[in-house]
Design a protein. Structure first.
Length: 364
């Protein structure tokens, strides 16, 4: 099949960006750094603790602002603790020299979102977070603010990912409905397609034991972001169970891991993203980590029944969530071409065929 002129770049094309010098890195890529439709970004060797988050604006380099706002510099070469409630800026190993017709966007990795680590990519002259304009040439920085757990990071840790796109690749609502009819994007008899996306709702009925989710504990030990199955769940999380009412009151500024009612499917020629906050569905934010790769939930890639794990926070006021309530929307984009590897297929993907699942750092 011929590659489309517009669309999200697949793994082979991302690889080619390195070969042509459009994507530059301080050291060789990690073996598994290129994903089916994105590239993991790696932390550089130092973190700047800053007084506050900032936007560089159209006339400033990030380094100019760091000179003014930095409180101290932390060496990441041997690993360091980043504390909750603090804001850090870390220069990334990767930098860009994008062609004029190519833009990019960034998002936290799934595991980052599930640890309630707030991250945003910043560029020089940026007027938006996580958006890299067409033709951008320069360094990338990551703003990091752990919200619930203190974390250990080091040079080379991967908290964020970047997607590259040429032109406009978003599916309109008629196209989205047509794709759903042929491919079943969400397991719903009556899909709600509006606002440019397809709706996901919350499961508060729970599993066979009535487990509906987890709430993050405060004053815990640190989580090492690079170590799998390192921590006991119950040292960090309080399990939440349905008590027959199928509802949950979200307390302000508490962090919850919940799950969608619907299984989600991203066909191989498409990539999806969850819109992080929809004011039409209530005063809460769902899903910091919004990228769904081609092959997520795809049966031939071992993903039948994969549901969306949702990272949820209420703002300002307590908010009652009810079973089946819409909590977010998935938007779909065309890939330029089908990736060489799909999510889950031999990639050791952590969250294929998932139900309610905490990040890979915890063991039961």
């Amino acid at each position: 099949m011929m590659a489309r002129e517009t669309g999200i770049l697949a793994d082979r094309a991302i690889s080619a960006l390195f070969e042509t010098g459009r994507l530059i890195s301080e050291r060789e890529l990690d073996r598994d750094q290129i994903q089916p439709a994105s590239l993991d970004l790696r932390l550089g060797g130092k973190a700047f603790r800053v007084r506050a988050s900032f936007m560089p604006g159209p006339s400033h380099l990030v380094s100019d602002k760091l000179d003014r706002l930095s409180l101290h510099v932390i060496d990441l070469s041997e690993g360091a603790v980043l504390e909750t409630g603090c804001v850090y800026i870390v220069p990334l190993m990767e930098s860009l020299a994008l062609p004029a017709d190519m833009s990019a966007s960034a998002n936290p990795k799934s595991s980052t979102g599930r640890l309630d680590i707030f991250t945003r990519v910043i560029t020089d002259y940026a007027q938006e977070f996580d958006k890299i304009p067409s033709g951008y040439s320069g360094p990338l920085y990551l703003e990091i603010s752990p919200r619930t757990f203190p974390i250990v990071v080091r040079r080379g840790s991967r908290l964020s990912q970047i997607r590259f796109r040429v032109g406009q690749a978003l599916l309109g609502e008629p196209e989205l409905l047509k794709l759903h009819e042929s491919e079943t994007l969400v397991a719903s008899k009556l899909p709600n397609v509006s606002g440019g996306g397809i709706a996901l709702s919350i499961d508060l009925a729970g599993d066979k034991d009535g487990l509906i989710g987890y709430r993050g504990k405060h004053h815990t030990a640190v989580v090492d972001v690079d170590k799998k199955a390192q921590h006991d769940i119950y040292d960090f999380w309080e399990p939440l169970y349905s008590r027959g009412r199928n509802e949950l009151i979200l307390d302000p500024d508490e962090f919850y891991i919940l799950v969608s009612r619907e299984a989600v499917h991203v066909p191989p020629d498409y990539a999806a993203e969850m819109t992080p906050f929809d004011p039409l569905v209530g005063e809460f934010r769902v899903h910091y980590a919004g990228f769904f790769d081609p092959g997520f939930g795809h049966a031939p890639a071992g993903g039948r029944g994969s549901r969306a794990v949702l990272e949820v926070r209420s703002h300002e006021v307590p908010f009652i969530l009810e079973d089946g309530q819409i909590v977010g929307r998935l938007v779909y984009e065309h890939m330029q071409e089908k990736p060489a590897s799909l999510y889950g297929s031999g990639l050791g993907s952590n969250y294929q065929a998932q139900g309610l699942k905490l990040s890979k750092h915890f063991r039961i």
